[in-house]
Design a protein around this ligand. Structure first.
Ligand code: G3P
Length: 215
């Protein structure tokens, strides 16, 4: 399973890129707005320099023509830009048009298996099921991932399942077991993947034993 960082923060991107396990980046308007007064073009170009893999940049238009125009502009910023469009009728139209132009598309705000199926049929390269928000709404994000995996396998869709809205490390394990292609997560969740109290205690003991040796 590929690991993406769900952030537009350059420091976080830099740190994770240095760990050697970062396969891509997802951003959205909320994440970009957290970075304050930025020029989206300069900012995205800076992220794309730090990461070789796909970097999702979301459209702001709500009509297909506007989404396509924005997407074509983003695609000129860097080779690894992926255009993120919302799961709406206009978004679906935009998927086909952007794909015809040779631009990769990630369909976001996926909350049902039928939405994922529609996005795949339209030609999306990635679908982003939001599992944390579903759980918070009293539904089951993990079941959604399972359903999408089964449907994409049944019909041999090449569309990648990019699990989003991840809240904690256990979800990372579970979506990996379900065969998700990608898991995008915030920096805090990424950090938690590394740590285990027994690892820390084990290391402490090894070093203490070494320092106690007869010299
Ligand atoms: O980037 C899309 C998604 O991961 C957003 O997650 O935390 O806003 O539910 P969240």
């Amino acid at each position: 399973m590929k690991f993406f960082l769900d952030s537009a923060n350059l420091k976080e991107v830099e740190v994770l890129a240095s760990w050697g396990v970062l396969d891509g980046i997802t951003t959205n308007p909320s994440l970009l707005s957290k970075e304050g007064k930025i020029d989206p073009e300069k900012h995205l170009k800076a992220i794309c320099k730090l990461v070789k893999g796909p970097v999702s940049m979301e459209v702001f238009s709500t009509e297909a023509a506007g989404m396509v125009a924005e997407g074509k502009r983003y695609a000129q910023w860097a080779k690894n830009v992926v255009v993120k469009v919302p799961m709406t009728p206009e978004g679906l139209k935009a998927v086909g048009l952007l794909r015809k132009a040779g631009i990769r598309v990630n369909v976001t705000l996926i909350f049902s298996a039928n939405q994922a199926l529609l996005a795949a049929k339209a030609g999306a390269n990635f679908v982003s099921p939001f599992i944390g928000r579903l759980d918070e709404n009293g539904e089951d994000g993990m079941t959604l991932v399972e359903e999408i995996r089964a449907i994409f396998d049944n019909y041999a869709f090449g569309t990648e399942i990019l699990v989003a809205s991840v809240r904690h490390p256990r979800q990372v394990t579970e979506v990996a077991m379900l065969g998700a292609d990608i898991c995008t997560m915030p920096f805090a969740v990424f950090e938690k993947l590394i740590h285990h109290p027994m690892t820390d205690l084990g290391l402490e003991k090894f070093l203490a034993d070494w320092n106690k040796r007869k010299k």
